[in-house]
Write a protein that binds this ligand. Sequence first.
Ligand code: SF4
Length: 320
Amino acid sequence: MEKDDFLQLCRNNATAGNHGLSAAILPAVRQYLLNRPGGKLPVIWLETSDSGDNNIAFMNTTYPYLHQVFTDMIDLLYSNTFMAAQGSDALLLLESAAEGRYGPFTLIVEGAVPLKDGGIYNVIARTGSGPITALEAVKRLGAAAQYVVAAGTCASFGGASAAAPNMTGSVGVSQVLKRQVINVSGCPVNPDWLVGTLAHLLMYGIPELDDLNRPKLFYGFTVHRHCQRRSYFDNKDFAEKLGDIECMFSLGCSGPRTGADCPYRQWINHVSWPVKANTPCIGCTNRDFPDGSAPFFTPLPQKGKTGSAGQPPAGKGEKP
Ligand code: SF4
């Protein structure tokens, strides 16, 4: 499959309300691998400081489903959620990858990296010679990896783990590594965004990225641009309370400043997304999430300003 066809498939199938990434992508990956036996994308998945939401979201991938991703797309060498190996056997896998015994691999980091006090607030393993911090592991594996992917907003920019007062000094992966990190942000990440990025890495290499190093394919337009309530916004017809059918800019919607294709890709087997479920977009893919989106139900000009909560929302017919 040509790269342009792949990009079109990813976009069109979501736009048309079909099956997200598309059932057609897996045959393309299989075709690609036909001449490359054993050529799946080797992946090390390191979980650091997050809520675990991103691997749960990943488990919800559909078209392709999780078992298809594992059997046909990626070779998951290490993941403390999915692997069977435990203790020293698991650690040996990481050591072997860092020493290059598996060849080029992709490092997925899920979670922020605490820097304070030598990174002691996130320990991925305890050994006879002391704890291995997430900071050490990300540095070591990040230096050895062919690609580094930050899955979710904590890994991309610090996210909720770095929210004020950020007592652990957490940061995104790109602030720890002196190399390119592909940010696939979201709280959690939409499984299509992550699986689509992995498919692109496998078949074509690094996708075109935006100024936050996110694949333009998924983050290239604002939520606002394709929102089903956009006509209400354009007519200055704003909701007064949750449950109203009008535009929720008045209730704190961050759609106008948030890059993501949620309105047409949607979530949970591609059936819904926040605005469709009558709640404003909270801007979870943004670099300044969550502090820059808070207070959540306050209109945009007041967001991120301490002490500004309580401003009255714009009413129907008023310009926000
Ligand atoms: S609900 Fe949000 S994303 Fe939708 S049109 Fe209104 S401001 Fe834009």
